[in-house]
Design a protein around this ligand. Structure first.
Ligand SMILES: N[C@@H](CCC(=O)N[C@@H](CS)C(=O)NCC(=O)O)C(=O)O
Length: 210
């Protein structure tokens, strides 16, 4: 592991699963970092100071000296490339690298439209979203089939793909979707939670159904 020359600074929000991905990766890599809360309910993310860091006005953003990286999956790639010199978290070889990228795309697409949206609808808007729950169940069934064959999404070792998908899968019960039918997914979540340096995201204050 490479030691950072600068203070790493993570702009985040405590109930943001995208922010948690970045926090989890920093922690799994054993990196020391500073957290700066961006107050989403107060729309601080849309003010000029923050828009200068991310024109899309969203958390998370990572600063490493004069390098600024916006977008959670971009942050995972940056941290793996910059600080995991052994290449454990982001393989170099073509086929596994492409598989990791496939799951990062799933994290920004189906995971966002299913589990993340189902949770956000309940936690932030207090209006359950049945269509998002259905999409979440479809995705969990796909993950279940994948994880029945292997311990982690891209083989026998964890990669940034697992970090990208962990948070919203673990917290999908907050959106009203039970993890009960997905034994392989639950075993995978437990494996990720057992990794050295794992940190969880705090649960919403709402009761969940799992
Ligand atoms: N593609 C972005 C999405 C980030 C995102 O959706 N962040 C949410 C919090 S989980 C946010 O900042 N929402 C506030 C807004 O869009 O105004 C990423 O992966 O970082």
């Amino acid at each position: 592991m490479q030691t950072p020359a600068n203070t790493l600074r993570l702009y985040w929000f405590p109930l943001s699963g995208h922010s948690h991905r970045a926090e989890l990766m920093l922690s799994l890599l054993g990196l020391t970092f500073e957290k700066v809360v961006v107050n989403l309910p107060e729309r601080e993310q849309k003010q000029a100071g923050f828009l200068a860091k991310n024109a899309f006005g969203q958390v998370p953003v990572l600063e490493d000296g004069d390098v600024t990286i916006a977008d959670s999956t971009a942050i995972l790639v940056y941290l793996a490339k910059r600080y995991d010199l052994a290449g454990r978290w982001l393989p170099e070889e073509a086929a596994p690298a492409a598989e990791v990228q496939r799951w990062l795309s799933v994290a920004s697409g189906p995971l966002m439209q299913g589990p993340a949206l189902a949770r956000a609808s309940v936690v932030f808007r207090k209006q359950p979203d049945a269509a998002a729950c259905e999409r979440a169940q479809q995705l969990l069934a796909i993950l279940e089939a994948q994880l029945e064959k292997r311990d982690y999404l891209v083989g026998s070792e964890p990669t940034i793909a697992d970090v990208a998908l962990y948070t919203y899968c673990a917290h999908v019960p907050e959106g009203g979707v039970s993890l009960e039918p997905y034994a392989a997914v639950r075993a995978w979540l437990a494996r990720v939670e057992g990794l050295p340096g794992f940190v969880g995201m705090r649960k919403s204050s709402l009761p969940d159904v799992a």
